[in-house]
Write a protein that binds this ligand. Structure first.
Ligand code: ADP
Ligand code: NI
Length: 202
């Protein structure tokens, strides 16, 4: 009897990278393929330092932005569903599929006053990698790219930053890009998860 050999982890990540690259190559709001690529490479580095399951961390990093909840009317099930469809088509182990999809559902920022679900180590690794790309020079560039793509004002002195207490409020707020710094980006350095990242941002 012939048995099909399991696909090696490196082939799974490479094929997933090709899939995501095709889907996100022309995304214009700072969630493009090269954002995903940076998060993938950073998740590898942090994951190695933290002793995380690298297959889970890498697949999650690669698939985390394929269908963002903000672009789907606040529906955070679309991203995990799309990731699940792809991973099942590759024959990825069911436990890995469930873990990856759970992290994708949980890692997104949904307002400074909204409680964050408890993340597994791999979830913490990918969230830190994603957040690292939201701060510093690249983070500033991405914020203004996002604001431009969504038709947001750069600044309006009449509009003050808000601490959003629900994901719905965060989604609905059409605030300015400068306010987004106070509502999210400047808070991230104090919200990193892993010891590896504390060494990088402190
Ligand atoms: P997360 O991965 O935590 O869900 P987002 O997709 O909300 O992160 O945001 C990723 C990046 O998109 C941010 O770092 C920022 O650059 C940009 N962005 C998101 N929302 C806004 C906004 N309201 N104004 C400006 N930039 C934004
Ligand atoms: Ni991202």
């Amino acid at each position: 009897m012939t048995q099909t050999k399991p696909t090696p982890p490196s082939a799974l990540t490479e094929r997933t990278a090709d899939h995501v690259k095709t889907k996100l190559s022309s995304e214009g709001s700072g969630h493009d393929w090269w954002h995903t690529y940076r998060v993938w490479k950073m998740a590898q580095r942090i994951g190695q330092g933290e002793g995380a399951d690298l297959l889970v961390a890498e697949l999650t990093a690669l698939l985390h932005d394929i269908a963002d909840w903000k672009a789907h009317g606040g529906d955070s099930t679309v991203g995990p569903q799309s990731a699940r469809g792809w991973l099942v088509s590759l024959g990825v182990d069911q436990i890995v599929v469930e873990h990856v999809c759970q992290i994708i559902a949980d890692i997104s920022f949904k307002g400074a006053g909204v409680e964050q679900p408890v993340l597994s180590l791999e979830g913490q690794v990918v969230q830190d990698a994603d957040r690292l790309d939201a701060i510093g020079a690249i983070g500033i560039a991405r914020a203004f790219a996002y604001g431009g793509a969504k038709g947001r004002l750069i600044h309006d002195p009449e509009l003050k930053p808000t601490e959003h207490r629900t994901a719905e409020d965060y989604l609905k707020s059409g605030g300015t890009t400068i306010n987004h710094f106070y509502e999210k980006l400047l808070l991230l350095k104090d919200r990193m998860n892993t010891v590896f990242m504390l060494g990088v941002v402190c």
